[in-house]
Write a protein that binds this ligand. Structure first.
Ligand SMILES: [Zn+2]
Length: 233
């Protein structure tokens, strides 16, 4: 018990002064202290510090300025989030409360509708601007093309259609719902060609089929002769 070296005792002195040693250690230190003036002196120093701490802590008080700063900071920390929450709530309330959100919604709908319209117009199949007629056995070499210009004017271009006698002419029929309108009465050049502007009472695109027949000179109210060219949509 008493053979603990002086150096080892010294390391326990601080804890001894604070009364935090185990009982057997405390006894060993006490026994050593009786025979060691150096350790007694050191213990006295530790005890002085311990006493000072013991008396100083209860009396300790923050400087008034520090106290004020701490209080202000505490109040700010509590007050700021409250202000921000209220401000956010106010924003949401204003944006979602009619009539504030209605112009925004109307704008979104308008933009979507305009976009849909543009897409639909781009993808909508353009009406055909050219119809190629098909020859029949009455004029197997003949070709005919109807071309519709941007302004709606329709032109018939004919090639290799046999020239007729003076008593006969070709007549173009515009067919719509079984009704036949006369589009042109014409003769071809010696080489079998012709360029004719088509006269149509209705918008040309409203017709579903076209036909060319051989008729008496001057044309007929309805087709009577052989069909030489035709087109069906
Ligand atoms: Zn000692």
């Amino acid at each position: 018990m008493n053979d603990m070296p002086h150096q080892a005792i010294q390391e326990l002195l601080a804890a001894y002064a604070l009364g935090s040693l185990e009982a057997d250690e405390a006894v060993t230190v006490a026994v050593h202290l009786e025979t060691c003036p150096a350790c007694r002196a050191e213990l006295a120093a530790y005890e002085a510090v311990t006493d000072m701490l013991a008396t100083a802590v209860p009396l300790a008080s923050p400087p008034p300025a520090l106290k004020t700063r701490l209080m202000a900071r505490t109040q700010t920390a509590v007050a700021l989030p409250l202000t921000r929450r209220q401000s956010l709530k106010e924003h949401l309330r204003r944006w979602w409360h009619p009539p504030y959100w209605r112009p925004g919604l109307a704008l979104v709908v308008l933009v979507l509708a305009a976009t849909a319209l543009v897409i639909w117009q781009q993808n909508r199949p353009a009406p055909p601007s050219q119809y190629t007629l098909t020859a029949t056995e009455h004029a197997p070499e003949a070709t005919g093309v109807i071309t519709i210009a941007a302004d709606g004017t329709a032109t018939l271009s004919i090639a290799n259609l046999p020239p007729l006698t003076a008593e006969q002419q070709y007549q173009l029929w515009l067919i719509r719902d079984g009704q036949r309108d006369s589009g042109a009465v014409f003769s071809v050049n010696a080489d079998g060609s012709a360029q004719i502007t088509i006269q149509s009472a209705r918008p040309f695109t409203s017709y579903q089929a076209f036909g060319i027949t051989i008729e008496p000179a001057g044309g007929s109210p309805g087709p009577t002769g052989d069909r030489v060219l035709g087109f069906n949509l």
